[in-house]
Design a protein around this ligand. Structure first.
Ligand SMILES: Cc1cc2nc3c(=O)[nH]c(=O)nc-3n(C[C@H](O)[C@H](O)[C@H](O)COP(=O)(O)OP(=O)(O)OC[C@H]3O[C@@H](n4cnc5c(N)ncnc54)[C@H](O)[C@@H]3O)c2cc1C
Length: 420
C-alpha cells in the first residue's frame, strides 16, 4: 500500500471512536477540549475539528479580549494562563464618560478600581492571537486530536452520534459540542432556531501606540453613535473598540490614514500624547443572538454558537468560557458516576445552568447599548444622574465589579479556582 494511503488509514483509525467531538477550534472550542481533558483524564478520546487548522493564518485575529477573573481561574487550571501571562495587561482602573462627539471635554461620571480582591485585577486584556496559540499548543501537548476539516454532517444514533467530516472521515462520539461560532452550521443542522437582531452598528478594532503610559486604565467614552473603548495592552499600546453606525464604519475604514487618524484622535483625546495606529483597522458587525435551546440529542451548543452579544461590556468570550466550565463540570460528574456523558441528564443540567444566566447578561448588554447609543438629551440626563448615583455608592460598585469579574451567580468550580 502506498505510504500516503497508509498514513490516511492510520489517521482515520485514530479518529474512529471518540468520547467527545468538538466542532470548532476557536477560543471556546479549544478551551473546552482542554477542560474536558482536565476533567475526564488522559484516557478520554477528545477530538477538535476545524477547517481553519489547515489554513495558514492570514492576518490573524487582531482583537484583544478582556479576560475576567473567573475566566482567568479557568485558564490557570488548564495550564494556559502561564503561556499568555507575559502578554496580559491587568485593568487597574476604569473610567466612564458620557458626552457628545463635538464636546470640548469628556466629563467622567463613573470610576472603578480594577481590583476584585486585593491585588487581583477584575480583568486582564489578552491579545486573541496569543490566547489562540496558547490553547492550540496546550491541546497538542494534552494529546487532543486536531482534525483540519469541518464537521459536515451528524446523526444521533442511540448510544452515540455518527459524524462525517468535510474530508470524508466518518467516526462516532458520545457527545458532540458545537463551538462553531455565531453562524453555527451545526446549530442550524440540528434544527435549533435563534432569536436576535442586528444593531446596525459595527465595531472598528485597532491597536494604537501612544507616548505616555496608560497605567492600566480602561476608558469607555459613551458617545451618541455608540461606545468608544480604550483598553490597555502591554507597553504603551491600547486596543480600541470603536462603535459606529454601520455606514459610518465603512466610510471611516475607506478614509486615507491621515483622516482616519484625525477621527480617532477626536474620540481618543491627547491625554496619552501623540497616537500611532499600529495595525490595519477592521470592522465587526454587531448583533444580538440567542439559541432557543442550548442542547438537543447528544449535542451541546457552546460559546458564540449558543449566544452572541454586543461587546459593550467585553463579556462574549467570558460567557463562552463559563459555558465551558459548566459543561465540563456536568460531564465530569456524570463520568465519575459511570453515567453516559452525552445523555439527557448531563445536557439538561448544562442547559439549566447556562441559559438563564446567558439571557440575563445578553439583555443587560442590549439595554446598556440602547440606553447609551442615542442622541436623546432626556435619556442622557437620566443616565448621567444614574451614573452619578452609582459613583457615590461604593458597595454598589463592588457588586458591579464582582459581576464583571464573572464571580457572581452559580459560578462553576473551575471559575472559582476550585478542583473539579
Ligand atoms: C469587536 C469585538 C470585541 C470583543 N471583545 C471581547 C472582550 O473584550 N471580552 C470578551 O469576553 N468577548 C469579547 N468579544 C466576543 C468574543 O470575541 C467572542 O465571543 C469569541 O471570540 C467567540 O469564540 P467562539 O470560539 O465561540 O467562536 P469563533 O471565534 O467564531 O470560532 C468558531 C470556530 O468554528 C470553526 N467552524 C466553523 N464552522 C465549522 C464546522 N462546520 N466544523 C468545525 N469547525 C467550524 C471556525 O473556523 C472557527 O474557528 C468581542 C467581540 C467583538 C466582535
Amino acid at each position: 500500500m502506498p505510504k500516503s494511503l497508509e498514513r490516511q488509514n492510520a489517521a482515520r483509525q485514530d479518529v474512529a471512536r471518540q468520547d467527545v467531538t468538538i466542532a470548532g477550534g476557536g477560543l471556546a472550542g479549544l478551551a473546552l477540549a482542554l477542560a474536558l481533558r482536565h476533567g475526564l483524564g488522559t484516557d478520554a478520546r477528545i477530538l477538535v475539528a476545524d477547517p481553519a487548522f489547515g489554513r495558514a493564518s492570514e492576518a490573524g485575529d487582531l482583537r484583544a479580549s478582556a479576560i475576567a477573573a473567573g475566566a482567568r481561574h479557568l485558564l490557570e487550571a488548564l495550564g494556559v494562563w502561564d503561556r499568555v501571562a507575559e502578554e496580559a495587561e491587568p485593568i487597574r482602573s476604569m473610567e466612564i464618560t458620557d458626552s457628545k462627539l463635538a464636546d470640548a471635554a469628556r466629563p467622567v461620571f463613573l470610576t472603578f478600581d480594577g481590583d476584585v480582591a486585593p491585588g487581583e485585577a477584575f480583568a486582564h486584556m489578552v491579545p486573541n492571537a496569543a490566547l489562540q496559540d496558547a490553547l492550540t499548543d496546550g491541546a497538542r501537548a494534552a494529546g487532543i486530536t486536531l482534525l483540519a476539516a469541518g464537521i459536515a454532517d451528524f446523526r444521533a444514533d442511540g448510544p452515540g452520534i455518527a459524524l462525517t467530516a468535510a474530508d470524508g472521515t466518518a467516526f462516532a462520539a458520545s457527545l458532540l459540542c458545537a463551538c462553531d461560532g455565531a453562524r453555527s452550521r451545526l446549530r442550524e443542522r440540528a434544527g435549533i432556531s435563534t432569536v436576535g437582531w442586528t444593531y446596525d452598528q459595527s465595531a472598528i478594532v485597532c491597536t494604537v501606540g501612544h507616548e505616555r503610559d496608560h497605567e492600566g486604565k480602561a476608558v469607555e467614552h459613551f458617545l451618541p453613535a455608540g461606545p468608544f473603548a480604550l483598553l490597555p495592552l502591554k507597553g504603551r499600546r491600547t486596543s480600541i473598540v470603536w462603535t459606529e453606525a454601520s455606514g459610518t464604519t465603512e466610510r471611516l475604514l475607506a478614509m486615507p490614514p491621515a483622516l482616519f487618524h484625525d477621527e480617532l484622535e477626536r474620540r481618543f483625546g491627547l491625554q496619552l500624547g501623540a497616537l500611532d495606529v499600529l495595525d490595519k483597522p477592521r470592522a465587526f458587525p454587531l448583533g444580538f443572538q440567542m439559541a432557543r435551546r442550548f442542547v438537543t440529542e447528544r449535542l451541546a451548543l457552546v460559546g458564540d454558537a449558543a449566544h452572541a452579544i454586543h461587546p459593550i461590556a467585553g463579556q462574549g468570550l467570558n460567557m463562552g468560557l463559563r459555558d465551558v466550565a459548566a459543561l465540563t463540570e456536568a460531564v465530569t460528574d456524570a463520568a465519575r458516576l459511570g453515567l453516559d456523558i452525552g445523555g439527557p441528564e448531563v445536557l439538561e443540567r448544562y442547559q439549566r445552568w447556562r441559559r438563564f444566566d446567558t439571557l440575563a447578561m445578553g439583555m443587560a448588554t442590549d439595554g446598556l447599548n440602547r440606553l447609551f447609543s442615542n442622541r436623546s438629551d432626556v435619556l442622557r440626563l437620566m443616565r448621567d444622574v444614574g451614573l452619578g448615583l452609582v459613583e457615590r455608592v461604593p458597595r454598589l460598585k463592588d457588586v458591579f465589579i464582582r459581576d464583571a469579574a464573572g464571580l457572581t451567580g452559580a459560578v462553576p468550580k473551575l471559575m472559582r479556582g476550585e478542583a473539579l
